[in-house]
Each structure stands twice: as structure tokens, then as C-alpha cells.
Design a protein around this ligand. Structure first.
Ligand code: LLP
Length: 463
């Protein structure tokens, strides 16, 4: 198993069962509700629809490739996280998964907070009216300019990630005549992904301050002495695409242990604990994510139990789901350009996008599902690899998939669960234009992020 993936990234592909996808699904036209957005269905002609709209019409109006995002589903998922955690906890949507001004407004209306990790995300949040006090600012190397803008705006918290940053934020806050609410991000020695978690090994990464060797305790000591800072809590984020709660259990145990040590040393009970994001979603029918209410119950019980054992009042919990809110709400619609059977191997299906709109397959070996969208077909299944139009053989969108044997150029195919980390990690590789994000609700579709144009590309190229 690869140990070289991004420490904050997922490795869900390499723990799939042996022989995954060896047999075709019994019904190629069926849509597994686990992987598709809530309002996606087939109409009486078998054409895929979202929010009541036929994808053939959507393709005509908005072109392909394009991401179609089910707004009602997004709002419902945001709301269910909010409701699951209730008024005694805070849900911060992780903007890195996908952020746009429309999304910021939906979050605001649904009562969620927002985690940003760059000046660009902060600007997007503020420009769409997210109250600054509901914003958390993350990042392992925030620039002094970004820190200054965040403090000036009055963000609810800055999550400190290094010893240098403790001093930097304190200094800027003092200069601006204010006291900044902060948390300290610690690494608890746990890294969790999907079905497994690894304790002890993962201090070797760029994020946070290690609990090991008393470093986190020293960071707390320093933060408590600085006038520019109000230390409100401890932050821990253990990984991505996690289904198994045992990693959170170990993390919470260690964070609460630190809170207890802080109380014993300084006589201070920090009022907040943030357990980060990372909750998994279904990319294929093999994935079994938990519901927000189960996650909320499990996390609350873990923290309460650990705090009772340490005789601490239970702190206010916050979480930062990104993928689990936006991931399942969107699919990418592509037009098939070529269908190339390779005898005895598989059929390569080339679409009009690729690694520029979904880098996750190339980067993480991620698994996706795919379906013929513009019609149904009773043809025999054929083993396919859905690939893009880039000049690179690793330009794979769906590595192993079954599609109907009569698939032809001009057909539309849809890849579900592309709401998270696809548009937000999109690139202009080969000067391919980044696709639009179209929000669909109640029979209406509107562009919330427009398609890039060649003019956009040439505008940056000053010659
Ligand atoms: N909070 C912190 C501090 C994080 O670093 C992250 C993700 C999240 C929350 C949200 O995690 P989520 O709930 O979305 O899994 N590009 C990778 C994922 C990188 C995640 C980085 N940090 C991917 O495409 O899978």
C-alpha cells in the first residue's frame, strides 16, 4: 500500500477489495442513490435529469464538460450537519472542497460557518456577505498580508499552525489594537483514511504542531502569554475520506489529554475543541458513508466520555466537513468524442474534459462511477476506461468502469460525486478551459461559476 500520498489527502482507492469491478453491475442503467445527487433520476425516456431538467438540454445550453450542482441537495446536506450537531456545536464548511459566492450565501442562509485557507477564499467569503465572525482562517503558511486582512476583517478564529505564526498573529493583532481569537492546530500522531487509521506514525508532515515531545504544550504556553491572542481551543484534523470513527477516538483522547494538562499547568480550561473534517462519501456503490447524525452522536459521545474521565467540562465542539456536504451534490457531464476498443484489454472512451476538471484519479488513484446519461441502453456491458483529452496517458477520469457496448461519439456520460475537490483543483493544463458550475433547483439552472474562455487565458499572458 502506498504511503506517499498527500498527508491530508485520501487513499481510499488503495484499500478497495481485490477484484473490485471485476463483474459488471446487473443493470447498467440503474442509478445508485448513494453516489448521485438527491434529485438525479431518469425520465420516462431514460434520459438523466437533475432538478427536473434533461441533461441533453443542459448540455445544449451550457456546453460540456460542465459540473451540475443540485442546490436543494447541497442545502439539505448542510442543514442536516447543522441539525445533527445542534446549537451546542459549530459546523464549519471547508471551502477548499468547493467555494463560490453562491455557495457562501447558501451556507449563510443555512446557518453554517466557513473554513477558509487562503486570501482568495477569504475574499470570496467576505464578498458574498459571510459575517467575519463565522469564518475560521486556516493554513500552514499564511502570509502576513493574509493574516492582517483576516484580523482586520474580524474573523472568528485563526487556526495557528506553527511557532512563528503564534508570534506573527499576536504581533499583527497588537498592531491593529485588537485581540485575535485563535486555536492551535496540533498533530496528535493519528492519520486516518477510509477503512483504516494509523496511530503514532504521522507527525512527519507539514501541518500543525506535534503533541509529541511537549511541543504542543509549549505552543499553548507561548500563546497564553501574548496579549494579542485569545486562545479559545485546540484543533485537530486527522485525514480525508474517513469512514472509521476509531481514528477520531484516538485523536479526541489525545486532544482532551492536552486540555487536561493545560488546566493542570495554567489553571485554564479552554472552551473549544475542533475535530476537523475528513468524513467520507460514496464514490462507488462499495463505499458506505455514515449519516451526519451518527457522526455527531459518535463524536459528541467520544469527547464527553474523554472529558468526564479527565474531569473537564465538555468543551464546545466544532467540525469542518467539506467533501461530505458538497461532494455528492454534483456530477460532471461529458460528451463522448471517441470510443477505442483495445482487443483483449478494454475500451478507451475519450471525453471532452479530463485531468483538468478532475485531477483526483491521476493524483490519488481515486475511484469514480460513471453512467450513460443521454439515453438508456440494453447493450451488453463493456469494460471501459474513461479518459480525457490531455496529452498525458495518466489523464484518466474513471479507471475501471462498465458502460453499454453501443456507446458512441456524441453520447453524454455523467460522473457522479464530483462536487468536492474537482472544480476547486481544476487547472488549465494544455490551455484547456475550466468548466462552469451550474446550479440546478426546481426546474431552473443558473451558472454560478462561468466557463473559462480563451480570452481569460490570453488576458493573463501579457506577451
Ligand atoms: N479541515 C481541515 C483543517 C482540512 O485540512 C481539510 C481538508 C478539511 C477540514 C476538509 O476535509 P474534507 O471534509 O473535505 O475531507 N484534495 C484532497 C483532499 C484534501 C483535503 C485537505 N484538507 C482530495 O481531493 O481528496
Amino acid at each position: 500500500m502506498s504511503r506517499s500520498a498527500h498527508p491530508a489527502g485520501p487513499r481510499h482507492a488503495d484499500v478497495l477489495p481485490e477484484g473490485h469491478y471485476s463483474a459488471p453491475p446487473t443493470d447498467l442503467n440503474a442509478l445508485d442513490s448513494k453516489v448521485w445527487a438527491e434529485t438525479v433520476t431518469r425520465d420516462t425516456d431514460g434520459v438523466l435529469t437533475v432538478g427536473g431538467l434533461d441533461v441533453r438540454r443542459l448540455a445544449e445550453e451550457f456546453g460540456t464538460p460542465a459540473y451540475f450542482l443540485d442546490e436543494d441537495d447541497f442545502r439539505a446536506r448542510a442543514r442536516s450537519w447543522r441539525t445533527a450537531f445542534g446549537d451546542d456545536a459549530d459546523v464549519f464548511y471547508a471551502g477548499k472542497a468547493f467555494l463560490s459566492r453562491a455557495v457562501v450565501r447558501w451556507l449563510h442562509e443555512e446557518g453554517l460557518n466557513l473554513d477558509v485557507c487562503s486570501g482568495g477564499e477569504l475574499a470570496t467569503a467576505l464578498s458574498a456577505g459571510m459575517p467575519a465572525e463565522r469564518i475560521a482562517f486556516h493554513g500552514n503558511n499564511k502570509s502576513t498580508d493574509e493574516i492582517r486582512r483576516a484580523v482586520e476583517a474580524g474573523v472568528g478564529r485563526i487556526v495557528l499552525d506553527s511557532f512563528q505564526e503564534i508570534v506573527r498573529v499576536a504581533h499583527i493583532a497588537q498592531e491593529l489594537g485588537t485581540r485575535q481569537r485563535v486555536q492551535i492546530r496540533i498533530t496528535v500522531g493519528v492519520e486516518a483514511h477510509t477503512h483504516e487509521f494509523i496511530a503514532t506514525a504521522h507527525e512527519d508532515q507539514k501541518f500543525g504542531i506535534p503533541l509529541a515531545g511537549g511541543q504542543a504544550a509549549e505552543a499553548v504556553r507561548r500563546a497564553l502569554t501574548l496579549d494579542g491572542l485569545e486562545l479559545i481551543g485546540i484543533h485537530s484534523h486527522i485525514g480525508s475520506q474517513i469512514f472509521d470513527m476509531s481514528g477520531f477516538e484516538v485523536a479526541a483522547h489525545r486532544v482532551v489529554g492536552l486540555l487536561r494538562d493545560i488546566r493542570d499547568e495554567h489553571g485554564v480550561e479552554l472552551p473549544e475543541i475542533d475535530l476537523g473534517g475528513g468524513l467520507g462519501i460514496a464514490y462507488t456503490s462499495d463505499d458506505d458513508p455514515r449519516e451526519p447524525h451518527e457522526i455527531a452522536k459518535a463524536l459528541t459521545e467520544i469527547v464527553t466520555r474523554e472529558c468526564d474521565a479527565a474531569r473537564l467540562a465538555t468543551p464546545r465542539i466544532s467540525v469542518e466537513p467539506g467533501r461530505a456536504i458538497v461532494g455528492p451534490t454534483a456530477f460532471t457531464l461529458y460528451e463522448v468524442g471517441t470510443v477505442k476498443p483495445l482487443d483483449g484489454l478494454r475500451t478507451y472512451v475519450s471525453v471532452d474534459g479530463g485531468m483538468s476538471d478532475n485531477i483526483r484519479t491521476a493524483l490519488y488513484d481515486a475511484e469514480y462511477s460513471v453512467a450513460l446519461a443521454s439515453r438508456v441502453s440494453e447493450a451488453e456491458p463493456m469494460l471501459c476506461r474513461v479518459v480525457g483529452k490531455h496529452c498525458e496517458s495518466g489523464d484518466i477520469v474513471v479507471k475501471d468502469a462498465f458502460l453499454p457496448g453501443d456507446l458512441a461519439p456524441g453520447d453524454l456520460i455523467a460522473v457522479p460525486a464530483t462536487g468536492a475537490y474537482c472544480r476547486s483543483m481544476a487547472s488549465n493544463y494544455n490551455h484547456v478551459l475550466r468548466p462552469p458550475v451550474v446550479a440546478v433547483r426546481d426546474g431552473e439552472a443558473r451558472v454560478i461559476v462561468r466557463r473559462e474562455t480563451e480570452e481569460d487565458i490570453l488576458r493573463l499572458d501579457v506577451g
